[in-house]
Design a protein around this ligand. Sequence first.
Ligand code: HEC
Length: 181
Amino acid sequence: MQPKTRQLAKGAAVGLLAIILISLVVVVWVAYSGAYNVAATQDHQPIVRWTLETTMKNSVSDRAGAVQTPVLNDAMVAGGAVRYQAMCEHCHGGPGVEKSEWAQGMLPQPPHLPDVVSEWKSNEVFWLAKHGVRMSGMPAFGPTHSDDELWEITAFVMRLPGMTTSEYARFDTGDSAGQGH
Ligand code: HEC
């Protein structure tokens, strides 16, 4: 290496080290100073929110890509309805049903699933229900539910976008009255 090139390389290494050190100091300062507001009444800075949302979407679709979707039939939809109304409706609502009052105070807001499900594939909904989303309030149901149960919920969730208020309410009886029709 020429002496000049060597000097340039040394300068770049020192610069890089300084940037890493400064970043570390900033991270430690933010963690210890209490300067960052974690209140659920105030959203992250737009850049932080964008980073979290984009990371979440790509993380889910990347991991869900390996999950094989079974055939989702009407019997599964009916089974999933009962579970959805017991475990998901509080946060995500349903056709004609708003989320619970307490869920309105969450940040990020759990989206009204009938409006957003079409943005997701079945295996991604299954993955989300199974693994949840860390630090967002979206729980993981995998530790407490079998894959079969989670596919039933997925089958039901995938039907939400076209479902009318009365169709949704019919599932609510918990008996066989609303199943399959
Ligand atoms: C305690 C509240 C809560 C419960 C209960 C809950 N979720 Fe969520 N869910 C969330 C939150 C909050 C998000 C948004 C996560 C984010 O944006 O990072 C979310 C996101 C999702 C998404 C992605 C939607 C999108 O576009 O962001 C799906 C799909 C989903 N949940 C499915 C379910 C299913 C299925 C159930 C029931 C088995 C369920 N959730 C139960 C809070 C909840």
